[in-house]
Design a protein around this ligand. Sequence first.
Ligand code: KG4
Ligand code: ZN
Length: 335
Amino acid sequence: MYILGIESSCDDTSASVLHNNQLVSNVIASQLVHAQYGGVVPELASRAHQQNIIPVVDIALKKANISMSKLSAISFTRGPGLLGSLLVGNSFAKAAAYALKIPLIAVDHLEGHVLAHFIKNETDSYPFFPFLCLLVSGGHTQIMLVKDFFETEIIGTTIDDAAGEAFDKAAKILGFPYPGGPHIDKLAQTGNPDAFTFNQANIQGYDYSFSGLKTSFLYVLRDYLKTNPSFIEENKADICASIQKAIIESLMKKLKKAADDLQIKEIAIAGGVSANLGLQNTLKKTANEKKWNIYIPPLELTTDNAAMIGIAGYYKYLRKDFADIYTVPYTKAIY
Ligand code: KG4
Ligand code: ZN
């Protein structure tokens, strides 16, 4: 069967075609308009989705070399996300499924990130249930206990900023354009991670907090800048490596605790920040020490994409878990 996946929850308009669990095409139109504002502007995002959605679907179908009439179902991101952005994907998917008389499948964005690990891969290696998934993106930072395809419990979450926000805010202070996470990642590779230390949060359980780290980052830099106005430019790589180390240490501490407490050795990461090379290397090192089986998504499946919505749609299709045209989006996480 062929499934068309649609993702429009934030600032990426994406469409994908899957043949069963195999990815055939995955087209992502990233919206550059937000860079000049230093973050996503919701109204501009929904307008850009409206402009992009039809060409993006068209290209995804052409790349897959199929016509719309071959589709078995359409899956779309129902939420969470920005309402105006979600409405574009929701409306498109509903109209197309109605016109084609094929099932409509509503997918949760977070479940999509997790289920991206079940897209067919070369080595046919997929996480075994139950597994832990560290979902780290611009909007979310969660430790998810995944018991089955659609049976997920969030055991830890951020009480303030998401990990991606921590990267992006630090990057903004350093003068990088939005989103700054990839810039920090790149420069960190040539820097010394032990050059500077920043205060990390120390909170109970498996929850996260990044707002204190951001403040500490700001204050440490402010103090150095008092005596040396070129401090940032002269030490950029070391600063990037040091803040990246602090974020990764915070993430790994709770992930290790959850894995130890629950005695789970199947560990996945997902979301935009899972593209971070420092995080991936630390995860690999920890996996060696703790004998974890780890699952890291390929780069194009880390940040927002419709392939993950397509695979979630495939598994919902097998369960005949269909939505109707009265389905409305939701903006907040539903767990
Ligand atoms: O999953 P995603 O595309 O969107 C959300 O659902 O939020 O994640 C975007 C986030 C941004 O904060 C971006 O800076 C961060 O992922 N990101 C990275 C890297 N690539 C993307 N952060 C650190 N290192 C990276 N290589
Ligand atoms: Zn996302």
